[in-house]
Design a protein around this ligand. Structure first.
Ligand SMILES: [Zn+2]
Length: 86
């Protein structure tokens, strides 16, 4: 198994988003977990996204209309794209 910073990581970043949303099945979860253990850059991005989600969850806990949640989702995507470019 390789963990160069090529296409593999981009693929994992997509899955990390679903991983954080608990939208992966067990097999994919395990794969992401293994990759995070091996790949420092992806782990950093995972930590950052998790932090963003926690902030979002806190700020949305009182009132979370669908419109706001959609906007938050877009913001998380934008963070992800910025991370992908760096
Ligand atoms: Zn990686």
């Amino acid at each position: 198994m390789t963990h160069d910073s090529g296409d593999g990581c981009a693929d994992y970043l997509e899955r990390i988003v679903f991983f954080l949303d608990n939208e992966l099945d067990d097999a994919d979860c395990a794969q992401v977990q293994v990759h995070l253990d091996e790949c420092g850059p992806c782990l950093e991005k995972y930590d950052l996204q998790r932090t963003v989600k926690q902030i979002v969850a806190r700020s949305c806990s009182e009132r979370a209309p669908d419109e706001l949640r959609d906007r938050v989702r877009v913001q998380i995507r934008q963070v992800q794209f910025r991370l992908n470019e760096s």
